[in-house]
Design a protein around this ligand. Structure first.
Ligand code: KMH
Ligand code: ZN
Length: 280
């Protein structure tokens, strides 16, 4: 069944440096302004990485809690914290992200080369994340960087059961050097592999760097949803740096409207993902 389009904004990430990308939102004020403006444009979910006073990635517990509270006070967005953090973050800190009480958290379904680094996601760690989220009513978004990650998800759900909320939502993160490419054939292959997951499983997709546009178009045509933001893309077009996350969200909203699948409201997105209403 064709529905509207869930639009997630991933405004910051852990990889870009503020010195090289001045438009990157790194302070709480910058994040809140971005969040409000992206919500007004049509985003329903915000995928959050935070930074410290030097604009370096951090999983500081106090800052994470403050960020969740502030986003809830200022917006109706679904707050999804990254449990992926930066490739250097220890597992204990990544698990402790859940203590900040987000609506959702990411859960990456396997280890992969990540450019010149390794993004480590051991099986036992994935199980810990999944089961702790079940216990706390935090809805996961399963991050799929490669096809085998879907097989791991099938195994996870088979052994440990459905996530909190009962609905399975995955995000194809495409075009990371070391993961699946950001191409239509790769998206079609990942989409096909969803048939081994519970009926009704939904997907969004994001293409890193220049794969952002082909991945958006492929996802919309395959019935998928969209994630965009400066975590994934810092160049708007050849020779044109991204000016703001709003520019990327506005483009995604335009594509979704062209596809006659307009953005879901935050309330509709909560219904789709099984996230309790705001102010639960
Ligand atoms: N920063 C990457 C190493 C996630 O947020 O869950 C991991 C990442 C995935 O961005
Ligand atoms: Zn992330």
């Amino acid at each position: 069944m064709t529905t509207g389009t869930l639009i997630t904004v991933a405004p910051t990430g852990a990889e870009s440096a503020k010195a090289e990308v001045p438009a990157l939102p790194v302070t709480l004020d910058e994040l809140l302004l971005t969040a409000k403006e992206c919500e007004a444009l049509g985003a329903a979910v915000i995928h959050v990485h935070i930074r410290d006073d030097e604009a370096k990635p951090t999983l500081d517990q106090g800052r994470l809690r403050e960020t969740v509270v502030a986003l809830r006070e200022s917006t109706d967005l679904i707050v999804q914290l990254s449990s992926g953090g930066a490739v250097t973050d220890p597992e204990a800190d990544r698990l402790a992200v859940l203590d900040a009480g987000p609506d959702m958290a990411s859960c990456t379904m396997g280890t992969l080369n990540f450019g010149d680094d390794v993004f480590l996601n051991r099986w036992e760690f994935i199980v810990d994340l999944h089961t702790r989220m079940q216990e706390r009513g935090i809805v996961p978004e399963y991050e799929i960087f490669d096809l085998g990650h879907l097989t791991a998800l099938q195994r996870l759900l088979g052994k440990y059961g459905l996530p909190a909320g009962g609905h399975v939502h995955v995000d194809f993160v495409m075009g990371v050097p070391g993961g699946m490419p950001g191409t239509t054939p790769a998206l079609v292959a990942a989409h096909q592999a969803l048939r081994d997951l519970p009926g009704g499983t939904t997907f969004s997709a994001t293409g890193i760097g220049r794969s952002t546009i082909p991945v958006m178009l492929a996802s919309l045509s395959a019935g998928g949803h969209l994630r965009v933001g400066m975590e994934d893309t810092v160049t708007y077009a050849k020779g044109r740096p991204v000016e703001s996350n709003m520019q990327l969200v506005a483009r995604a909203v335009g594509f979704a409207q062209l596809a006659q699948r307009p953005p879901l409201t935050t309330a509709e997105a909560r219904g789709l993902l099984g996230v309790p209403a705001a102010g639960r």
